[in-house]
Ligand binder design. Sequence first.
Ligand SMILES: [Zn+2]
Length: 45
Amino acid sequence: MYKCLNCGREVKIELKTAKKIICPYCGYRILRKTRPNVVKKVYSD
Ligand SMILES: [Zn+2]
């Protein structure tokens, strides 16, 4: 899981297929890797 530094959304990225890491919500390219023990936040669209 990655977290977009622009919009703050958590993004699930499969590194096997994705060559570029881009936030699907806002298109921002800088995402921070989240740690597995971080409390999960559920976003509803
Ligand atoms: Zn974003």
